[in-house]
Structure formats: C-alpha cells, structure tokens
Design a protein around this ligand. Structure first.
Ligand code: SF4
Ligand code: SF4
Length: 405
C-alpha cells in the first residue's frame, strides 16, 4: 500500500474512457498509458504491488501535465489532480526518481521561491542582465546555443520592467465596500509587476482597501506538483500566520495555479481564497468607462478552468470594457504546455501544445491574448515572441485597470 497515494480514490475510476479525448498527452500519443485512465491503472498496480515502480511508471506520471482537463470530463468525479500529486510524492518517498533532479527541484522550491530576498536578488540580476547589454551580447554569441535547457529558460524571459513593491496597506477609492488581502506570489513581483499593480488598482477602484502582508510566502503549488507535500505544508503554515483571515473579506489571487493549490489545501485559509476575476464578478464590479479599443482573445488557464471551474467571470470582466472586442480563441480550454515547470522538464510535448495555441492565435489574429496565470503568461509570451506575432500577452486584470483610469 502507499504512504501518499489515496488508493481508495483510484477505485472511483470506472474505466469509461470519457476523459481520453480531453487529455493532451493521449491526444498526441494515442497511448493508453499516457491517458488519465491508463495512469490511474498504473497507480493502482503500484499500490497493490502488482506493478514495479519503474522508470516507465515514473515517466508517465511526469509526462502528465497535471492540467486536470480529465477532471472536467469525468462523470464519476475522479479527483485526478490529487491522485497524480499523491503518486509523485510516493515516487519520491520510495526514491524512484533521479536524486539529481529531486535535489535540484527541492533546493529551488524550498529555498529560492519562498525567499523574498533571493527572488528580489534574482529579479535585480535579471534586469541588469537585460538592461546592461549582456543579454543582447550573449544572444549574438554562441554561448547560449551550447547551454541546453538554460538557453531555453533564458528564451522564455519576458522584458522585465522595474519591480513593484506595494506598501502593506492601500486605501480604497470612493465608497469603501470592504477589505481584502492580496496574495502577491513569488513570481509576480519580479516577473510581472504590472499584474500586481493592476490588481491593486482595480480593487481600490471597486472600493476595497487592500492589505499586502509582508510575511506571506510562496503558495506551495510547485512543491505539490513535484511530489513534495511536506514542503507545501510548511509554506501553508507560514501563510496562515501571515494572513489575518478573520479581518478580510477575501484573499485575492491573480495566479490560477496558486489559487487552485490554496483552495485545494483543505486549510481554513482556503475559505477566503478568491481569484481576482471570481471576486470582482461576485462583488458586481464597477463597470469601467475608459475605452480600450482592442480585439482580445481569452485563453483559460487550466488551474482556473479545470481546478477552480471559473469560465465566465474573466470573460464577463473583459466584455464590460468599452470598445474591447472579445474574440473566441479555438482551443481556449486546452493546455498551453506551461504546466508549472513542464516546459523545462518535457520541452518537446510542451512545444507541441504551445504550437497548437500559436496556430489558433495566428488564425484569429487578435491584438492581445489575456490569461490569468504567470506560467501561461511566460509560455505564451515566449511563443509569440519566437513566432514573431504582434500579439500582446496580458493578464485580464491589466486590461481592466486600463479601463478604470
Ligand atoms: S492531468 Fe491533463 S495530461 Fe494529465 S492525465 Fe489529466 S488530462 Fe491528461
Ligand atoms: S472519465 Fe473518469 S471514470 Fe472514466 S476513465 Fe476517465 S477518470 Fe476514469
């Protein structure tokens, strides 16, 4: 039996196969073992002891994007996301994954992401790297070509603007309707500072005082996805101490992956977690008046659509912006291939899925594509740049903030 995998939950799968056509890795390979049903079969076999936890099983668990499209399709309510996370933890508990990979990931996730100081240092270095001419020189030289995965990571780097470090308290504008806390995330302040700025702006324009607790830390989503539930639990305890749960109406998230991880935590904190689009939609947002004349496509982050079941709220917010035309993106509900660190660990499949998304974007040629997750922003941004498409990649809240000014 298993320490981390919920064996009884694997029995909820009745093998109907209705999830198969929705699974990106099954669509691309046609292999049963690369489908949700096949993977659950493998998990069950390992838990029962009839299957070895060998390289093939480990490979299939990490070939999965954990996008949870199968959960949306499953009529039996199989909680696949929790199963694959449990199985990955089981893999590490049994030492079945390469020690180098495990140690590198643990070090990065446990020591870099939760440290505001180290993330600030990283951001400062990367801005210097871009602005000093070092990036341009390296890209012209052959050095990056031999750097393998590091070069792929470098290519994903968006043009960084100065970091945004908000005060711990921002008062509401106009009639005060309540108080919320902002979960500022570990990537957003350094890589997408304009998203946190826009989130705060939109909230105060809607009459909400915003507090940004200084002691908050990383949400633990990447830890959970890479088989480290103990690391995630430690961060959850720190966040529970940082947020004054009883004094705020909601804890606002602008990253779908972080929101899903905290909502699924089962912790008291989870009751207050709201995605920014969900919160504004429920709070009947103030309708913006400033025109933003753009054709915009919306791409669903998997952890907003499949994990949090949020489909209409971000679209409704975008539709409320004067002169903004919301255009349908074919395959908007399909994974873009970002999936946490999937683009680094499974670059080929990640690229296949990104190419599908880029073809759809080319077909409808919007001025911008909006999506509410930093991983998707990075992935789509890199894809659009590489393909030479003139399409802005933005968070929906950035467009809304423009329409309030
Ligand atoms: S999480 Fe996504 S990739 Fe993994 S089995 Fe489900 S649909 Fe397939
Ligand atoms: S749809 Fe649900 S019950 Fe059917 S095979 Fe997929 S996971 Fe199992």
């Amino acid at each position: 039996m298993s320490q981390y995998l919920d064996y009884d939950a694997t029995l909820d799968c009745v093998h109907c196969g209705l999830c198969l056509p929705h699974c990106p890795t099954y669509q691309e390979t046609g292999r049963e073992t690369s489908s949700p049903r096949g993977r659950i079969y493998l998990m069950r076999g390992v838990a029962e002891g009839s299957l070895e936890l060998d390289a093939q099983v480990v490979g299939e668990m990490y070939f999965c994007l954990a996008c949870r499209a199968c959960e949306s399709a499953c009529p039996s309510g199989v909680r696949y996301g929790a199963l694959v996370e449990g199985m990955r933890a089981e893999i590490d508990a049994r030492g079945a994954r390469s020690i180098v990979t495990r140690t590198t990931q643990r070090f990065t996730f446990r020591h870099l992401l939760p440290s505001r100081r180290l993330m600030m240092l990283l951001g400062t270095f990367l801005r210097f790297y871009q602005n000093s001419g070092m990036q341009a020189a390296l890209r012209r030289s052959n050095v990056l070509r031999v750097a393998g995965r590091l070069a792929e990571a470098e290519a994903m780097l968006p043009k960084l603007s100065p970091a945004y470090r908000p005060p711990v308290q921002v008062p509401a504008k106009g009639r005060r309707r309540g108080r919320v806390a902002l979960f500022s995330g570990c990537l957003m302040p350094e890589f997408f500072p304009s998203v946190n700025r826009a989130t705060i702006e939109v909230l105060i324009q809607n009459g909400f005082e915003v507090e940004i607790p200084a002691q908050q830390t990383c949400c633990g989503a990447l830890h959970l996805h890479s088989g480290d539930p103990d690391g995630a639990a430690r961060l959850l305890r720190r966040n529970r101490q940082a947020f004054r749960i009883d004094d705020v109406d909601a804890i606002i998230m602008n990253s779908a992956g972080c929101g899903a991880a905290l909502k699924d935590s089962g912790d008291r904190l989870a009751e207050k977690i709201r995605d920014i689009s969900e919160f504004l939609y429920e709070a009947e947002w103030v309708k913006p008046t400033e025109p933003v004349p753009m054709r915009v496509a919306y791409d669903d982050p998997c952890h907003l659509l499949h994990a949090q079941k949020i489909h209409e709220a971000p679209r409704a917010l975008l539709r409320s912006i004067p002169e903004l035309e919301l255009v349908d993106l074919p395959g908007a509900s399909d994974c873009c291939g970002a999936a946490g660190i999937y683009s680094f660990t499974q670059p080929e499949m990640s690229k296949t899925l990104l190419d599908r998304k880029l073809r759809a974007l080319q077909e409808i040629a919007p001025d911008a594509v909006a999506t509410g997750n930093p991983g998707c922003l990075l992935q789509l941004g890199a894809g659009v740049r590489k393909a030479g498409l003139r399409i802005d990649v933005v968070h929906p809240v950035e467009l809304l903030a423009r329409a309030y000014l």
